[in-house]
Design a binder for this molecule. Sequence first.
Ligand SMILES: [Zn+2]
Ligand SMILES: [Zn+2]
Length: 295
Amino acid sequence: MTVYDLASDPKVSPIAPVIGYWVMSVCFMSLEKLNAFPQYRTQPPQDVDKKNLVTKSQVFVGVIGMQAVQIIGGIFLAQFEEPPGRYVQPSTLSALDEGIVSFVPTIPRTLSVWLAFVLFYGSRQFIAFAISDCWHYFVHRFEHVNKWVYKNVHSQHHRLYVPYAFGALYNHPAESVFNDILGGLLTAWLVGLTNAEKTVFFTLATLKTVDDHCGYQLPWDIISWIGRATGNDAYYHAVHHEPKGIKAGKSFLTLWSSANDVWHLQSNYAAVFTVWDDLMGTRKRHQDLKHEHAE
Ligand SMILES: [Zn+2]
Ligand SMILES: [Zn+2]
């Protein structure tokens, strides 16, 4: 069985992100335990136990319980998926390969095939992340502006003022279903992702969220390179978790807040890019926050 066959199995797409989540979390929690690389911490490590409103064991139990439900639900839904088939080269991929060869005639054929593969599947992952980021931005912003939803659903995630790796998916079950699962499935359906692409997409999205909450910005961390490239990195999300910035809307009837409310409400809602925070005027930089603390 090849890696592609494995990734194409619809039962693997709900399991692979969970494995990735814990492997990456164990790595970062080991660094935290050893107090390694303090120069790359996004927030002081001593604040983890001092400021957070929930213990690590409560977070662990909450995340494990939610992931168990996700895996069981995912495996159940997998029976209705297309059976995993062999990789079939789409005509677009061949056309792209031909285009590369005609553009650079001297390119070795093996390289052009790989380049076409990376461009084709890379752009589909990019589109998927762009769609899911839009979903995440507006759902997440709603979770802050509506008082009832914030108080009863999203405030669970914000019990962590100083996040750490395995707290990334410490969410209320309703948030997991609506924001993560529904957003992910809708994206996969809109882009028409294959089973293997779904496995890659869900796993990458999970690793990105662990990275955003890990409390580190390590220069050699490959996943953090995505955040550095888009501007939405661990510092970006650390600002979102800062106790000073965390606020919710004033009433159940509040469904939207104007951009002017950003300094009174919350900022940095997006998960992968910064485009929606920029467009909607809800972006706050880490330097701005340090400046506010100094005031
Ligand atoms: Zn939030
Ligand atoms: Zn968070």
